[in-house]
Design a protein around this ligand. Structure first.
Ligand code: IPM
Ligand code: MN
Length: 350
């Protein structure tokens, strides 16, 4: 029997509620599929920062390395700790230190879920570069507080970094509808983005079965809303992918439905799975958060760990629960975290 060891970092705000729900559902599905799961929960969060002066202990990365995968809720509570400190101290640090270079975000409209668009069939997969680009961290700020103040934030695009994420995009498209949209802004940014377009063109000769199109980020943002059914796999840089995946979340019914996987495709480090949404302090502890994004992320984790039956069991239970009409987990809906969780549990037990 497979025995999977998962590190859970609930984090802040609704991260705590949604990871608890996702794990409860995971355990029920695992029991049904004969998979053994064990979890260690790490209380690394903004409260932990206030108590200890850091988001995670000095050996936190080494500790996480001993697990098969990481399930994360959400990080950030700006009234307690400034976001740039909390995010760089934990989430962005894990992505970088484990070289989780592929951030995979499915934007699929589930049956029964009412999205904001007329389009009935939305099934877009956003692949976001996750270790460099606009999030490289290269830069600085001088002459603080004076009229001469300067802030520089340099994007870094390396051949290794660009090639591996594009390759991941081509490989993923090959397993789906064989349509790849490569996103840049090469009409304005003529170094990094023209480079990205060049590498896209170079690699395309290795994937003649995949139809690749290059889009400017502004144009594809509009296309995701006007004609989402024309898109299959989207591959984009770190910041562009971040923004486009919020559009993706919106068109699939809201951030409460948007799951994500931070993957190290080499398998050297544990991959990390988290909902796209943040910690939402305003609705924390109100039983208002939709647990579907976190639960779907857990399903992606089991898929990544080779537990296809377990992943499918969870994903199909979410789908059946939604098609019965629960898929409206917005804060103002009457369906709260507990209600949606019990509906999914009911579908697993069936
Ligand atoms: C996301 C989030 C993060 C990001 C923030 C919280 C740093 O928006 O995962 O999409 O920009 O990557
Ligand atoms: Mn984001």
């Amino acid at each position: 029997m497979a025995d999977l060891k998962i590190a859970i970092i609930p984090g802040d705000g609704i991260g705590v509620e949604v990871t608890a729900a996702a794990w409860e559902i995971s355990l029920a599905a695992a029991a049904a599929c004969g998979v053994k799961l064990s979890a260690t929960t790490f209380p690394w969060s903004c409260d932990h920062y206030i108590e200890t002066g850091s988001m995670m202990p000095a050996d936190g990365i080494e500790t996480l390395r001993r697990y098969d995968a990481i399930l994360l809720g959400a990080i950030g509570w700006p009234a307690k700790v400034s976001d740039d400190v909390s995010l760089h101290g934990l989430l962005l640090r894990i992505r970088k230190e484990f070289d989780l270079y592929a951030n995979v975000r499915p934007h699929k409209l589930l049956p029964g879920v009412q999205g904001p668009l007329r389009a009935g069939n939305i099934d877009v997969l956003c692949i976001r570069e996750n270790t460099e680009g606009e999030y490289s961290g290269a830069g600085g700020r001088v002459h603080r507080g004076t009229a001469e103040e300067v802030a520089v934030e340099t994007s870094v695009f390396t051949r290794n970094g660009v090639e591996r994420i594009l390759r991941y995009g081509f490989e993923t498209a090959r397993k789906r509808r064989k349509l790849l949209a490569s996103v840049t802004k090469s009409n304005a940014q003529r170094h990094s983005m023209v480079f990205w377009d060049d590498v896209t063109r170079e690699l395309s000769t290795e994937y003649p079965d995949v139809e690749v199109r290059s889009y400017h980020v502004d144009a594809i943002a509009a296309r995701m809303i006007m004609f989402p059914e024309t898109l299959d796999v989207i591959v984009a840089s770190n910041l562009f992918g971040d923004i486009l995946s919020d559009i993706g979340a919106a068109i699939q019914g809201g951030l409460g439905f948007a799951a994500s996987a931070n993957i190290d495709p080499t398998g050297r480090s544990p991959s990390m799975f988290e909902p796209v949404h943040g910690s939402a302090p305003d609705i924390a502890d109100k039983d208002a958060a939709n647990p579907i994004a976190a639960t779907w992320s857990a399903a992606m984790m089991f898929e990544h760990l080779g537990q296809t039956e377990l992943a499918t069991t969870i994903f199909e239970a979410i789908g059946r629960a939604c098609s019965r009409g629960i898929g409206v987990g917005s804060p103002d809906s009457r369906y709260g975290t507990r209600h949606i969780t019990s509906e999914i549990l009911f579908e697993i037990a069936r």
